[in-house]
Write a protein that binds this ligand. Sequence first.
Ligand code: ZN
Length: 131
Amino acid sequence: MSDIILGRPDFRDPAFGWTNAKSFPPYVHGTGGNAHLMHRTAGVKMYWYRATYDSLIRLDSPERMIAETVCGMSFFLHSKRGRTCTLPQRDAVLCGRCHGSTPTFSRKYPQPVTPEEARLRLGCAMEGSAA
Ligand SMILES: [Zn+2]
């Protein structure tokens, strides 16, 4: 059963209804055409309410899940624009910024592979889920 909160406390407090996952897979990558790199997960935020005109309905599972990376990107997991991994595909290219190195595709530094090649290698050996 779902709880209903009358009123919209989220209007006053934009952080209302969001929680941080206690555990989350260490890696995350984008799924769109511009995704090339495997990032390190800094945290996963979850939103637990469905909003109506004048109330919030508490859900049993989060409606929105956003993974944030060490390098400052955000991926919407709920709309499958990001995917978390327990283990990256063996030859996936790790994000340099997330992993304590130089930016991966900056012109200032040597590039390990082309972005096109990195895109082909991107993926999980083992997918993960946040809780
Ligand atoms: Zn990164």
